[in-house]
Design a protein around this ligand. Structure first.
Ligand code: AMP
Ligand code: FES
Ligand code: ZN
Ligand code: ZN
Length: 326
């Protein structure tokens, strides 16, 4: 197996591109794919401040590493979700990564800062844990981005993730979700821009990237997600991809090119109807946001704030290696 670029010994085959790469040219290939995604979807403009949501897993740590290599100003945000040992461990990976590279990591801990955790929220809402977890993540990514004056929030969703979510949404024709399933959601109505710069790279490539660049990541998956339908969709797509390499890419990018536009109208209507949450000030379609309602139902508490700037309400992010900006 020879590297497509230098003909030296290859360490990975990327069947979807019908190409093999050595270490050096595989890293270059990952950088190129991220740059291509950023440029094609205008994800990050030069000089913008990026908040990378890092879980301690391979995708988000690889993303932080790649953005840093590509010269973007990228600080990390880790959320302690309180999912037993899984969360304790994931925080260690995120902190060690930041400390070893002198990067800034912000932290919010659901239990310390809001008096609840994901298992408690799941029990209180009687829904699957991922739903309370996802709601908390989305709210806190936005909140910390506002607080820290970040232009954009980047997450480590890769091609496998996006194709599986698209597959699930298409199977049930969830048109309102299809309208939002873009690698970029523009800023607006108090929300920062959201971007997914890894959409051109697969899960396997991200694991390989971490191995060849020496990134130590949490291999274990979230125990609360075990057996959920998202994992089933991933398995189904994996078996199709195995027989026809490139199917995931064509499915996802074909949707973006030829179908996504048709679902967009709903988005504009949603945005027009937003007001401010009476407790935390976050943009919401009702008078209290879903996050504040979740915290209350879970027996937690909102941090005290001065009543003017909702951003000061979140737990103070912990900064490693540098002082927080004023
Ligand atoms: P998941 O929802 O677990 O598939 O994760 C998707 C993306 O959300 C990851 O790639 C991260 O960017 C972000 N993320 C997940 N868990 C956390 C966490 N505990 N703290 C910060 N970001 C996270
Ligand atoms: Fe959110 Fe597992 S990480 S439920
Ligand atoms: Zn090579
Ligand atoms: Zn609120």
């Amino acid at each position: 197996m020879k590297c497509r670029v230098c003909r030296g010994p290859a360490i990975i085959d990327v069947r979807r591109h019908n190409a093999n790469f050595c270490v050096e040219h595989f890293i270059e290939q990952c950088e190129r794919q991220v740059t291509k995604a950023i440029d094609a979807f205008s994800m990050i403009a030069p000089g913008e401040r990026v908040l990378v949501a890092v879980s301690g897993g391979k995708d988000s740590l690889a993303l932080w590493d790649l953005l840093h290599r590509l010269g973007h100003h990228a600080e990390g945000l880790y959320l302690g979700l309180g999912i037993g040992e899984y969360s304790d461990e994931s925080g260690v990976y995120a902190r060690d990564f930041a400390a070893a590279r002198g990067l800034v990591l912000h932290e919010v801990d659901l239990r310390r800062d809001y008096g609840y955790d994901v298992p408690r929220a799941a029990a209180a809402t009687r829904r699957v844990p991922c739903s309370a977890c996802g709601l908390s993540k989305r709210h806190l990514f936005d909140e910390v981005a506002r607080q820290g004056n970040f232009d954009v929030v980047a997450t480590g969703h890769n091609l496998d993730d996006e194709a599986a979510v698209l597959f699930g949404n298409v199977l049930r024709w969830q048109t309102e979700y299809l309208a939002r399933q873009m690698p970029v959601l523009p800023a607006g109505n108090g929300f920062p821009r959201k971007v997914k710069p890894l959409v051109r790279l697969s899960e396997r490539e991200m694991a390989a990237y971490c191995i060849v660049t020496g990134i130590d990541y949490q291999v274990e998956e979230c125990p609360m997600a075990a057996g959920n339908s998202h994992l089933g969709y991933k398995e189904a797509l994996n078996s199709i991809e195995e027989r026809s390499p490139g199917t995931k890419h064509d499915f996802y990018f074909g949707f973006l090119d030829r179908a996504a536009e048709a679902f967009r109208e709903g988005l504009a209507q949603d945005a027009a109807a937003l007001s401010s949450c009476r407790d935390c000030g976050a943009p919401t379609p009702s008078d209290r946001c879903a996050f504040c309602r979740l915290v209350e139902r879970s027996g937690g508490r909102l941090p005290e704030h001065d009543g003017h700037d909702p951003a000061t309400a979140t737990g103070t992010p912990v900064i490693l290696g540098r002082r927080e900006r004023p």
